[in-house]
Design a protein around this ligand. Structure first.
Ligand code: EPZ
Length: 423
């Protein structure tokens, strides 16, 4: 198993480029099931989750070709009888659930394993089922599988808000089904995340009619068929945000090429309130910090609020901020796996329900730590870069699910980081 060794204490300086967004690419890949022609995607990151989704689509009768330079061509075999998404794949990647809507809408049949457990907490799919049932799909949960069937779906009006707000992949699933339903669908409390917007733009390129993209009310006029299209996936705001946080946390000067200001404004605002300088320059975002950052209260919320996928990295930065910060998690109330590991590095954090109180200390000290999920791992990397001495992060396969070329990019910014095989 691989591990990362980081020798901390260096300011990160320079420029890195954000890759294509994993969480946009995954549902967009699933739209290939809906289209009659090929889907040509550019800027698809080379990540473990993307390869898993490609394997899943392959099992569902989609021919997936990976070309050079981040291009992927996906062509579905139309009404293929291969409609089973097995547990073996679904337990490793929850985004596999995004094939449910397309399978039901295009093929009238689906057998999709419920996804497995998850380190960031409970992750139900009731909103996915609610929306698809409203469109007329018959869905039963049998032996751990969602078994779906329908004739043609029919447009409907629905409310998709849950106890923690809207659902990103829930909205994606229902939207992908509604575009082929007969008549008008209104999705209220739709997720507004940039990844959902990107998906909607792809569907429109395929011939769908969707109004309200980016708003919490999506209005869809169903069409009979969709055709193939070409699309460049948006840059990954979480990857970009991670480098911006690392830049500020190491009191460095980092520019992220491709980072989209509007997608990251909650982070920009937070970093500024902590005392960092953040500016927007020709399609890049630059952060610099000369002094110790100030403490701040951060609450995660659906977009455009502060993203839960940057909560752990921000908490790492706050462990050495001046003063006391309160980090409240309103999307996944149990997403605090990083707290104990940061504690091993000298962080003073007290968890209280869905919040963590962080007492800033002067300096973290390097330690052996263990990655538990994707963003918690990224937080440990940020902490390792700031800490005095050596940090060894084991179980980094989590990082490989979401950060392409992490060591290369951090080394180009002056970080001392290398990968070793721990066998
Ligand atoms: C997406 O997960 C992302 N994954 C997550 O990224 C991200 O953390 C999350 O959205 C929130 O932004 C992908 O896009 C592949 P949700 P998703 O449904 O869609 C509750 C990462 O690190 N809920 O928006 O599964 C749920 O429990 C990951 O890249 C229901 O109650 O998240 C949570 O509290 C991890 N019922 C809230 O809604 C449902 O049917 C938001 O979850 C669905 C969700």
């Amino acid at each position: 198993m691989d591990a990362l060794i980081i020798t901390g204490g260096r300011r990160l300086t320079g420029k890195v480029r954000a890759g294509g967004a994993k969480n946009a690419a995954l549902p967009i890949m699933a739209t290939s099931i809906l289209a009659d022609g090929p889907l040509v995607l550019r800027g698809v990151p080379d990540l473990a989750d993307i390869r898993t989704m490609a394997r899943l689509l392959g099992l569902l009768g989609v021919k997936v070709e990976r070309k050079r330079g981040g291009t992927m061509v996906l062509q579905s075999a139309g009404r293929s009888p291969k409609n089973r998404a097995p547990y073996d794949i679904m337990r490793t990647m929850r985004a596999g659930i995004c094939v449910l809507g397309p399978l039901v809408a295009r093929r009238g049949a689906a057998e999709v394993s419920l996804p497995g457990g998850c380190a960031i907490g409970d992750r139900p799919v009731d909103l996915h089922l609610k929306g698809l049932r409203a469109l007329g799909a018959r869905l039963e949960v049998e032996h751990g599988y969602i078994v779906g069937s329908c004739q043609r779906l029919r447009g409907a009006e629905m409310y998709l808000g849950g106890p923690f707000g809207s659902s990103v992949t829930g909205t994606a699933n229902v939207l992908m089904a509604a575009v082929l339903a007969e008549g008008t669908t209104v999705i209220d409390a739709a997720a507004c995340e940039p990844e959902v917007q990107d998906l909607a733009h792809v569907l429109v390129k395929m011939g769908a009619t969707i109004e309200g993209i980016g708003s919490p009310r999506l209005v869809v006029e169903g069409v009979d068929r969709l055709h193939g299209c070409e699309h460049r996936v948006i840059p990954d705001r979480v990857e970009a945000g991670t480098y911006l946080v690392a830049g500020a946390a190491t009191r460095g000067d980092v520019t992220v090429d491709g980072a989209r200001w509007d997608d990251l404004f909650a982070l920009v605002n937070t970093l500024r309130e902590m005392g960092a300088d953040v500016e927007r320059l020709d399609g890049t975002i630059r952060v610099s910090a000369r002094r110790r950052l100030a403490s701040i209260d951060v609450t995660t919320l659906p977009f455009p609020g502060f993203p839960t996928d940057l909560q752990a990295q921000m908490m790492a930065a706050l462990t050495v901020a001046d003063g006391i910060s309160v980090v409240t998690e309103k999307i996944f109330p149990d997403r605090f796996m990083h707290v104990a590991e940061l504690g091993r590095m000298g962080a003073r954090i007290r968890k209280q329900g869905n919040a963590a109180v962080v007492h800033g200390t002067e300096q973290l000290s390097g330690a052996p730590v263990m990655a538990s999920d994707l963003r918690a791992s990224a937080a440990l990397v940020v902490a390792g870069l700031m800490a005095e001495g050596k940090t060894t992060i084991s179980r980094i396969y989590h990082l490989d699910r979401g950060y392409e070329g992490l060591e290369r990019k951090l080394r180009s910014l002056g970080g001392r980081i290398r990968r070793i095989n721990m066998r």
